[in-house]
Design a protein around this ligand. Structure first.
Ligand code: AMP
Length: 304
């Protein structure tokens, strides 16, 4: 996950090299459809140029089709999907079905003004598809594009125009970053990467983050989410969840103590009575558990 221009596509290439699994970018698939002039490509073009999102139904069908291809059997790197809660829910369902649960969710963070500069300065060569940036990486001199040292024919992507960039960033914040990162934070899978600065530096940070384990305390995951975890779930998350479940059971037992004591005629302990008189906490915990997409987003790994 990451805002447009956060470099998630670029970093995905390093993951492809390291893990040898395909990079599944929904933006790339849509751009290919456009090039081929398909019905979807034509429909998507307008939406993409205005900074909007293609409808969930189309995107979900697209990802289902892609992830069930043979080359994705050993894992994949998703880029640009899911972008909405319905997409995240559908993905969880699909991954359960094909038994390819998520390993990790990387969230690339860059400040908005940096993003506007990066995106509005981006240029793509129409011939070799190489990406340049007028601020940081202008086309090479002398140019050597495809064959015969042709000049790079650089153009700005329609959706990289400044006002479209701002619309895309707003959309990302409202429809993706807040809700979807919230969705995954319940699973303990999300890890944030500071994606500002040099590409190689960001790559190093990303691999450090992956090696270091979850930056989110696994204990933050609701009990139900962890209960749903498969046996191959990461050990620390399982351990934390287990102790959380134990603590919950203990609290429940304690809360029932006054009633039991009353029935048995024993004097009621003050602390136990106090616990029972705290319905707000109980209700809160319940609501949280209900909201959490526990079974759908199991904190487990990709297919081995
Ligand atoms: P990207 O290359 O990931 O920045 O995607 C380019 C554009 O494709 C986005 O601005 C959207 O218009 C569209 N798009 C890509 N992925 C999705 C998705 N998962 N849901 C809806 N629209 C998408």
């Amino acid at each position: 996950m990451g805002a447009p221009g956060s470099g998630k596509g670029t970093q995905a290439q390093s993951l492809v090299s390291r893990y040898g699994i395909p990079h599944v970018s929904t933006g790339d698939i849509l751009r290919k459809e456009q090039e081929q002039g398909s019905e979807l490509g034509v429909r998507a073009k307008q939406i993409m140029e205005s900074g909007g999102y293609v409808d969930d139904e189309t995107m979900i069908a697209m990802i289902r089709n892609r992830l069930t291809q043979p080359d994705a059997a050993n894992g994949f790197i998703l880029d640009g999907f899911p972008r909405t809660i319905p997409q995240a829910e559908a993905l969880s369902k699909l991954l359960t079905e094909i038994d390819a649960p998520l390993d990790v969710v990387l969230l690339f963070e860059v400040n908005n003004e940096q993003l506007v500069k990066r995106l509005s300065g981006r240029r793509v060569c129409e011939l070799c598809k190489k990406v340049f940036n007028v601020h940081t990486a202008p086309p090479s001199v002398p140019p050597a594009c495809v064959g015969d040292r042709q000049e790079h024919q650089v153009v700005q992507r329609a959706d990289d125009a400044e006002e479209t960039v701002r619309a895309r960033l707003e959309k990302y914040e409202e429809k993706t970053r807040k809700p979807v990162s919230g969705f995954y934070s319940y699973t303990g899978l999300i890890r944030t990467v500071d994606a500002e600065g040099d590409i190689t530096e960001v790559t190093r940070r990303m691999f450090d983050t992956l090696a270091a384990g979850s930056s989110e305390p696994a204990a933050a995951a609701p009990v139900k989410a962890v209960k749903a975890a498969k046996p191959k779930a990461k050990a620390p998350a399982k351990k934390a969840a287990k102790s959380k479940a134990k603590a919950k059971a203990k609290a429940k037992k304690k809360a029932r103590a006054p009633a039991r004591a009353k029935a048995s005629g024993k004097p009621v302990k003050k602390s136990a009575a106090k616990k029972k008189a705290a319905p707000v906490r109980k209700g809160k915990a319940k609501a949280k558990t209900k909201r959490a997409p526990a079974r759908k987003s199991r904190p487990v790994r990709r297919k081995k």
